[in-house]
Design a protein around this ligand. Structure first.
Ligand SMILES: *Cc1c(COP(=O)(O)O)cnc(C)c1O
Length: 392
C-alpha cells in the first residue's frame, strides 16, 4: 500500500509512485490491450446487442447488457488508475454516476439495515435516502467536515463518504472513518468524483468501494455521462455486477469508448486545471466582497490538513460566496470565459449559483466554480473583471 503523504505534493507536477511509471504514462497507457498488427491502439467501440454464441452459452461476451469488449478496456483503465498494482480489483462501468452509486447502495443493503450518508453530499443523495427508506433501510446522516459521521456509525452496515464534498468542499479523514467503520463490521464506499483517481485513491486508504461519476473531470469534456464502481471484495462486487444486470444501467459503447479516449489526457487536464484552481483561489481570497472561499489546496483552508495527508491533488472546484443573489448573478452574467452551467471538471470553465437548484444548504450568493484548461492568466483576468462589473 502506498502512502500519499510520502509521495510528495503533486499539484502542478506528475506524481511518480516509487514502484512504477508516473501518472502521465499511466494515463496514456491505461487499459490498452496488447498491440495487434493492423489493429488500432485503442480498439473502436463495439456496437453489439448480442454476440455470436452457438452451442453452450459461455462468456465473456454473450449479451450486450452483461458485458461488452469496449467496457472491458475502459474497466481495466479505470481499475489501473484507481488501484495501481492491485490486480485483485474489479471495476464495473455504469450509465451514470447515479447508476453506480445506486448499484452499491441497493445491492449491499437490505430492509432493516442501517446506512450512514453525508448530509452535505451530492444533491441527489436525499432522493436516494427517500428510496432507501421506502425499502425499509434506515438512514442516518452527518456532515462530512469534522469527521462527524464517526458519531453515527454504531450498528451501520454501510458508510457512504463523499470527500471532498460537493459543493461545500469539506474533507473527512478516510483512513480514520474506514478504521471505525470496519471495527463495527460496516463496509465503506467513497465517492471519488471530485478528486478523480489522480487526486485520491480510496482503496489504498482502506475503502471497500471507490465509486464515481465519470461525467465530470474523469472524462472532462462535458459530453459523456458515465459512472463506475471499483472494489476488491468479490462477494460485494458480484452483487454490484448482478445489480447492473437486473437494472440494466449500462453505458453505451460509444460513451465507453469516448471515456477511454478522454482518460488518455487525464493527467494533463488535472495538472493544468488543479494548478489553475489554486491560482484562482489565491486570487479570489484577496477580494473583500468574497466570503467563505473554499479550496482544499489552500494552506489555510479548513480541509487542507486532512486533504494533504490523503489526496494527491486537490481538484478543480473552488467555491465562495458573494454578498447576495443579485451580486452573484451579475458576476456570472459578466463572465466571458466561464460558461454558466452545472456540473464540473470540464476543459471549459463553468460556474453556477448553486442555490438556484434549491437542494444544497448554501447561501443565496454561493458560487461553485469549476476551473477549466484555459490559460490561467486569461481566466484570472476574466474573473477579476466580472467581479469588478458585479460590484460596480
Ligand atoms: C455529478 C455527481 C454525481 C452523479 O453523477 P452523474 O454522472 O450525474 O449521475 C455523484 N456524485 C458526485 C460527487 C457528483 O458530483
Amino acid at each position: 500500500m502506498s502512502d500519499p503523504a510520502t509521495n510528495g505534493k503533486a499539484v502542478g507536477g506528475s506524481k511518480r509512485p516509487a514502484d512504477g511509471p508516473g501518472d502521465g504514462t499511466r494515463a496514456v497507457r491505461a487499459g490498452l490491450p496488447e498491440p495487434v498488427k493492423h489493429e488500432p491502439t485503442l480498439p473502436g467501440p463495439v456496437f453489439a446487442a448480442h454476440f455470436h454464441l452457438p452451442g453452450d452459452p459461455t462468456g465473456p461476451y454473450t449479451y450486450g447488457r452483461d458485458e461488452n469488449p469496449t467496457w472491458t478496456h475502459l474497466e481495466r483503465a479505470i481499475g489501473e488508475l484507481e488501484a495501481p498494482g492491485q490486480d485483485d480489483v474489479e471495476t464495473l462501468v455504469f450509465a451514470s454516476g447515479m447508476a453506480a452509486i445506486s448499484s452499491v447502495l441497493f445491492s449491499q443493503l437490505r430492509a432493516g439495515d442501517t446506512a450512514v450518508l453525508p448530509d452535505d453530499g451530492y444533491q441527489a443523495l436525499p432522493l436516494v435516502r427517500a428510496q432507501l427508506e421506502a425499502y425499509g433501510i434506515k438512514v442516518r446522516t452527518a456532515p462530512t467536515g469534522g469527521n462527524a459521521q464517526l458519531d453515527v456509525l454504531e450498528g451501520a452496515k454501510l458508510l457512504w463518504i463523499e470527500t471532498p464534498s460537493n459543493p461545500g468542499l469539506d474533507v473527512c479523514d478516510v483512513r480514520r472513518l474506514v478504521a471505525a467503520a470496519h471495527a463495527r463490521g460496516a463496509l465503506v464506499a467513497v465517492d471519488n468524483t471530485l478528486a478523480t483517481p489522480f487526486g485520491q485513491r480510496p482503496l489504498e486508504l482502506g475503502a471497500d468501494f471507490s465509486v464515481a461519476s465519470g461525467t465530470k473531470q474523469l472524462t472532462g469534456h462535458g459530453d459523456v455521462l458515465l459512472g463506475y464502481v471499483v472494489g476488491h471484495d468479490t462477494t460485494a462486487m458480484t452483487a454490484v455486477r448482478r445489480w447492473r444486470k437486473i437494472v440494466g444501467a449500462i453505458p453505451g459503447p460509444m460513451e465507453a469508448w469516448l471515456a477511454h479516449r478522454s482518460i488518455a489526457t487525464l493527467q494533463l487536464r488535472v495538472d493544468r486545471q488543479d494548478t489553475t484552481a489554486l491560482k484562482v483561489a489565491e486570487t479570489l481570497r484577496r477580494r473583500p466582497e468574497i466570503t467563505g472561499l473554499r479550496y482544499p489546496g489552500l494552506p489555510d483552508d479548513p480541509s487542507h490538513e486532512i486533504a494533504s495527508r490523503q489526496m494527491l491533488r486537490y481538484g478543480c472546484v473552488v467555491s465562495f460566496t458573494l454578498p447576495s443573489r443579485a451580486h452573484a448573478d451579475r458576476f456570472l452574467d459578466a463572465l466571458r470565459l466561464v460558461e454558466g452551467a452545472t456540473s464540473f471538471g470540464g476543459v471549459r470553465s463553468t460556474a453556477e449559483r448553486r442555490g438556484r437548484w434549491g437542494g444544497d444548504a448554501v447561501p443565496e450568493g454561493f458560487v461553485r466554480l469549476s476551473v477549466g484548461a484555459e490559460d490561467p492568466d486569461d481566466l484570472v483576468a476574466d474573473l477579476l473583471r466580472a467581479l469588478d462589473v458585479a460590484g460596480g
